[in-house]
Write a protein that binds this ligand. Structure first.
Ligand code: ADP
Ligand code: MG
Length: 440
């Protein structure tokens, strides 16, 4: 490889950081150039997790940056550096359904988790479980409202367990996915495979088990999975938005089992914890942030840590778009808009109309029973935005979108919230639609 290639690579990296500060991470400095030939750049990553993070979140940005620097169309490949630790679990090859069952996020580690009075017990119990799975607390049940770090902690347990015990068989799955896989297995006549897959792991982590409500057959299946693993002293870790006894229509025998181990609550973070989280998140992206600005953000956004992160992102996005330095004045302007958006009365018709224009689908289709993906996604975006920007109830939102029930709306909100994190296209669409709405 020539030194010119290496220089180009450094330029490409710098350009990526400028193009997408939100997805930039400090560890980008550990990336290396493996090969640069035939219109392709191959980039060496520290481990599987980082390679997948780049593949899923940054591939287009790398291509764009490489194109801008070289003036040619360049394709991008991410590979794991030779000799790097294989930070990946044994996910088994005999899985039913699609996709591996351990897709960990490199950001969600214990190191990146800020401990405060609101989450101290939850954090300590997660650390204990990752150090002695199956014996410390079994099951471990975390609960708290949305955006307080449950999923982060679950990933951290898996990340840490993998680090300690290479090859541990861990399944991490959202409850919704568990239910979907269960239904597919029944349809395909492969229930045996499904059971085998879930009952033979060392650690089973199920996120958002409130999704089991009213799903009787899945509860039954989950009950047997639970027993099989528990009796074999395998670790079970669960999260939910409320304590076991308050999840509606959850069978008594599951409620009692969920309480066998440790039930740990996560509360909204205190002011000091929020400041520390803002700093941690900025640091993770390799961005400097002054005390003044982190204090301002922590004051402004109180309830949900995801929104805290969103506020940080907004400030950086506004600074980048305007080419200005990040000052308190800029931060206030940037967040002022966001707050105005939430406070103003946006009506649901305006949301549906704006979404329909954005995606180029007809209003009537959004309100129809059609289930094709091209209609379903925009419809879910409508539900999500209606939920976050208006005061309508789930039922009312469902009513505006073709008479759907409240669970459908709840499901849509959860899905878009997740896609907002994992799918750059959806994230961009949400930003654009919100901008349109704020102008009206
Ligand atoms: P939940 O699953 O409870 O809805 P998440 O785990 O998805 O919440 O957390 C939302 C965001 O907030 C994530 O980006 C996560 O990293 C961050 N977060 C939550 N709590 C903390 C914390 N104590 N320290 C650092 N980041 C946190
Ligand atoms: Mg979660």
């Amino acid at each position: 490889m020539s030194s010119r290639d290496l220089d180009t690579f450094v330029d490409v990296l710098e350009r990526v950081k400028a193009l997408d500060p939100v997805n930039t991470r400090k560890w980008f400095d550990e990336l290396s150039l493996v090969d640069f030939s035939g219109g392709q750049v191959e980039i060496g990553c520290p481990d599987d997790l980082t390679a997948r993070f780049l593949e899923e979140n940054c591939k287009n940005t790398f291509m764009q940056a490489a194109g801008q620097i070289t003036g040619h169309l360049v394709s991008v490949k991410f590979s794991v550096k030779q000799g790097a630790s294989r930070k990946q679990a044994n996910t088994g090859s005999e899985q039913t359904g699609s996709g591996p069952l351990l897709r960990l996020h490199p950001d969600y580690t214990f190191d990146n988790f800020v401990i405060g009075p609101s989450n101290r017990l939850a954090h300590a119990s997660c650390v204990a479980v990752s150090q002695s799975p199956g014996t410390a607390y079994n099951p471990l049940f975390l609960y708290g409202t949305v955006g307080l770090g449950k999923t982060h902690l679950l990933h951290a347990i898996c990340n840490e367990t993998m680090r300690r015990t290479a090859g541990a068989r861990i399944h991490f799955i959202s409850c919704e996915e568990f239910v979907n896989r269960f239904i597919s297995a029944i349809e395909a006549g492969k229930l045996g495979d499904f059971q085998n897959q879930f009952r033979t792991v060392d650690m089973l982590v199920i996120d958002d088990v409130q999704f089991l409500r009213e799903r009787e057959q899945s509860q039954e299946e989950f009950f047997h999975t639970f027993n099989a693993l528990y009796n074999n002293r395998k670790q079970l870790i669960l999260s939910a938005d409320s304590p076991p006894g308050e999840i509606p229509s959850l069978e008594e025998r599951l409620i009692s089992r969920f309480k066998w181990g440790l039930v740990a609550r996560i509360d909204p973070p205190t002011y000091e914890t929020r400041i520390a989280i803002v700093k941690k998140k900025a640091n993770l992206r390799g961005l400097g942030i002054s005390d003044e600005i982190s204090e301002y953000i922590a004051q402004k956004v109180q309830a949900n840590i995801r929104e805290l992160e969103g506020a940080l992102t907004t400030i950086y996005a506004v600074a980048k778009a305007s080419g200005e330095q990040i000052t308190l004045v800029l931060a206030k302007q940037a967040l002022g808009d966001q707050v105005k958006l939430a406070e103003r009365q946006i009506n649901i018709s305006a949301i549906i109309e704006t979404v329909s224009k954005h995606y180029g689908v007809r209003l009537a289709d959004l309100q129809s029973k059609k289930r094709s993906q091209s209609i379903a996604l925009p419809r879910q975006v409508c539900m999500y935005l209606a939920r976050s920007l208006t005061r309508h109830s789930l039922e009312e939102i469902g009513g505006h979108l073709g008479g759907r029930d409240h669970t459908t709306v709840m499901h849509a909100c959860a899905k878009i919230l997740e896609l907002e994190q994992s799918d750059a296209k959806v994230k961009t669409s949400l930003v654009e639609i919100s901008k349109q709405l704020s102008k009206q």
